[in-house]
Design a protein around this ligand. Structure first.
Ligand code: GLN
Length: 265
């Protein structure tokens, strides 16, 4: 009998402890109990990393702050989500590894690639692009085979960099700022620059009469798609941003931004 009482007592104690633990766990749960809000936004701030060297998507505005299509888009997303948007300007090559620590997301005309997907998740894609080849006006480079053995300027860590490195016998000159690559093209230090379509067209306009921007389709380059990069596994944040982008498309804001920042160039 004593044994039975002891056993009963132990069982009751164990159950009480279990319940107590359960209750404790509940109070220790994260402040954001709303499963529709990402923990990344719990502080009311969306910290966005970019590299403001990629017009018209991001560049330094006259006020010394990053401006451009992506910047306007993330600010509009911030408004939809009711959070403040803080922009961190950094090297393009540092963006992916800074997500989840220095920055919440990256908005930088970033192409979705299988390699990047190993480290980060992406939002829905929001813009289609292709790499272009910027050439001196008198260049004889016309097709993919002509790029072999050439010195190619690229922006470090970009898809243009990856493409150039895959071409036979090339010397790839990597720059942190695309404009420096274009300046070296004009100075004759590189034979061409491989960079995304829209910045290529901006540089063609800026250095008119000195360089031309040629469609990468002529060099058999594939179509690329831009998306914002997010911490891996934060599906709640992905859903929130995707919903905001969808809303901005539905209410016409997205098209307005395309007209203002991209098509006006
Ligand atoms: N779209 C290219 C990439 O993702 C270039 C982006 C950039 O230079 N900002 O690599």
């Amino acid at each position: 009998m004593k044994k039975l009482v002891a056993l009963l007592l132990t069982t009751v104690m164990a159950m009480t402890m279990l319940t107590a633990c359960g209750a404790k766990e509940e109070t220790a749960a994260p402040a954001t109990e709303d499963a529709t809000v990402s923990a990344a936004l719990a502080d009311g701030v969306l910290t966005v990393g970019t590299n403001a060297e990629f017009p018209p998507f991001e560049y330094m505005g006259d006020d010394g702050q990053p401006d451009g299509f992506d910047m306007a888009l993330v600010k509009a997303i911030g408004e939809k989500l009711g959070v403040e948007v803080k922009i961190e300007n950094m090297e393009f090559a540092s963006l992916v590894t800074s997500i989840g620590s220095k920055i919440d997301i990256a908005a930088a005309g970033m192409t979705v690639t299988e390699e990047r997907k190993q480290t980060v998740d992406f939002t829905d894609t929001y813009y289609e692009a292709v790499q272009y080849v910027i050439l001196p006006v008198d260049s004889e480079i016309k097709a993919a085979a002509d790029l072999e053995g050439k010195t190619i300027g690229v922006q470090l860590g970009t898809t243009g960099d990856f493409i150039a490195s895959d071409i036979a016998d090339t010397t790839v000159s990597q720059y942190n700022k695309a404009v420096d690559a274009v300046n070296d093209l004009i100075n004759g230090r590189v034979d061409c620059v491989i960079i995304d379509k829209n910045p290529a067209l901006v540089f063609e306009g800026k250095f008119e009469g000195q360089v031309v921007a040629v469609d990468g389709a002529q060099f058999e380059f594939e179509i690329e798609n831009y998306a914002m990069a997010l911490p891996k596994g934060d599906t709640v944040l992905a859903e929130q941003i995707n919903q905001a982008i969808a809303d901005l498309k539905a209410d016409g804001t997205f098209d307005e931004l395309v007209k203002t920042y991209i098509e006006a160039e």
